[in-house]
Design a binder for this molecule. Structure first.
Ligand code: GLP
Length: 237
């Protein structure tokens, strides 16, 4: 695991964005993995800038998001579908048919999960995956205790994750109790992984990841078993 500390949030976002942009520029087709949350917002601004300044085209990029809430329609403002449109997809030339997010708005979630794995596989696998990290070490929505063998599946969100994500909803009661997420195994199959970690609220997660201990009680620790992970971090101390 490679660790890079940056002087600011903006620098962290730019550094991560450049890794993706260069990958897209240097390959005839790219499959990228995307994350939601507050941390990657600056990253998305950089991707939008790269397109508006004609530095890169996303016309041959395929994207897969990590996760989505269960029981929330794609049109709902609280959905990750909406988050992604509002921050990225509406402003770049990625083709709508090349955008994938797990479907949490279906009665058959098991089937949706299998379908998502198949779509990732058919695309040739994720070349470069962006990750944030929850204060409890979750990646995607893989909460502490998740098996490292899980592929895309439905999870029950912990109280702390629902609390952390309530900023996107009117009331805590509105935060969904379940989500559909790529599993740790899915994430680990990405060829390259970039994890962003920013701010003092992530200090404990940073310290724990730094120890190198690998345990299912701290999902991000699976990344120690991957050969190409870069953590770009700022403002943890
Ligand atoms: C959410 C997302 C994760 C994200 C995490 C951290 O629960 N499912 O993919 O990494 O929270 O979010 P933030 O960047 O807002 O701290």
């Amino acid at each position: 695991m490679k660790w890079i500390e940056t002087a600011s949030y903006e620098e962290m976002s730019k550094m991560a964005a450049d890794l993706f942009i260069n990958h897209i520029k240097n390959n005839s087709k790219s499959v990228i993995g995307l994350a939601t949350g507050g941390t990657p917002e600056g990253f998305y601004k950089e991707l939008v800038k790269s397109y508006t300044s004609r530095k890169v085209s996303y016309a041959r990029t395929v994207s897969f998001n990590l996760d989505e809430y269960v029981g929330v329609t794609a049109e709902s403002e609280a959905s990750y579908h909406h988050y992604m449109k509002k921050r990225l997809f509406n402003y770049i030339d990625i083709k709508r048919e090349n955008i994938y997010l797990p479907n949490g708005d279906t009665p058959n979630l098991e089937k949706a999960a299998r379908e998502y794995e198949r779509q990732i596989e058919e695309s040739g696998g994720i070349d470069i995956q962006l990750l944030g990290i929850g204060t409890n070490g979750h990646i995607g929505f893989n909460e502490p205790g998740s098996s490292f063998e899980n592929t895309t599946h439905v999870v029950e969100l912990t109280a702390s994750t629902r609390e952390a994500n309530k900023v996107y909803f009117e009331r805590l009661e509105d935060v969904p109790k379940h989500a559909i997420t790529m599993g740790i195994k899915t994430i680990m199959q990405s060829k390259k992984i970039i994890l962003l970690l920013s701010g003092a609220s992530k200090r404990e997660a940073y310290d724990r990841l730094r120890t190198g201990e690998v345990t299912e009680q701290f999902p991000a620790s699976a990344l120690h078993l991957h050969s190409d992970v870069t953590v770009i971090y700022t403002g943890v101390k």
